[in-house]
Design a protein around this ligand. Structure first.
Ligand SMILES: [Fe+2]
Ligand SMILES: [Fe+2]
Length: 242
């Protein structure tokens, strides 16, 4: 088990477009100086276009000197070219997790995008029209892939990387009408069962930054617009003492 403090930098919802080159260059330089690892919690691109991913990797190649991990967000799927987006990111050293687990310097990371469905007693159930069942099944599939990834990790310190939120608390500030599209409690159960050390998610541009699961696991919303509003920076750095 690693004993020193690990500084995890994380961001999400950076929504790189076709002309975004340079947008996060300086932030990437800062992060490389002050953190051990950088997480991208989805919506790296605006429309999921290869050209947008190329803009981002140009900034990454110029400035990021630390290991990087990512999960995709809903925007990264928009153009049906997510495989190509992943390939471009991978070429720049960003490992995209989709149900996979990876260990870096004694810390285990498990990642999936996640999906919507709502929270607690009001969570959508697989009942009625086939399309509703399909929607719920997608949500269940992500939770299962998260569970399978966590099960693979042998490390004491396990980190979950998501785009959608596993809890309602960090969505406070968003319009309540869209809470059910911003996350699902189905993602929370495996986090508690595997006693992960921390959870990072994005997607909640207007949410609050900190929450916790029912068992007290810290949940960090790292959506860049939300973080920027609070701290003036488009990223957070969380210190972990595994
Ligand atoms: Fe977003
Ligand atoms: Fe999103």
């Amino acid at each position: 088990m690693a004993e020193r403090t690990h500084r995890i930098a994380a961001t999400a919802d950076i929504h790189y477009g076709k002309h975004s080159r340079g947008a996060l260059h300086d932030a990437f330089v800062e992060v490389s100086r002050s953190a051990d690892l950088l997480l991208f919690c989805g919506d790296l691109t605006d429309y999921g276009l290869p050209d947008e991913a190329e803009e981002l990797v140009a900034d990454i190649r110029a400035a990021v000197k630390i290991p990087m991990l990512a999960v995709l967000g809903n925007h990264d799927f928009e153009s049906g070219q997510s495989d190509l987006v992943c390939k471009i990111l991978d070429g720049a050293g960003v490992s995209v997790l989709d149900g996979e687990a990876i260990e870096i310097e004694g810390i285990g990371f498990a990642g999936v995008p996640g999906f919507g469905g709502g929270f607690g007693r009001r969570m959508l159930n697989a009942w009625g029209e086939p399309l509703i069942k399909q929607f719920v099944q997608e949500s269940i599939d992500h939770a299962v892939r998260l569970e399978q990834a966590l099960a693979k990790l042998q490390t004491d310190c396990k980190i979950a990387v998501l785009h959608y939120s596993p809890i309602r608390a960090t969505l406070e500030g968003e319009d309540p009408e869209i809470f059910a599209f911003l996350g699902s409690s189905r993602l929370e159960e495996p986090l508690n069962r595997f006693r992960v050390s921390a959870v990072f998610h994005g997607h909640a541009h207007n949410g609050i930054l900190d929450g916790a699961t029912a068992t007290g696991i810290p949940v960090y919303n790292v959506s860049a617009p939300a973080v920027q509003k609070k701290t003036g920076k488009p990223y957070r750095i969380i210190e972990l003492n595994p």
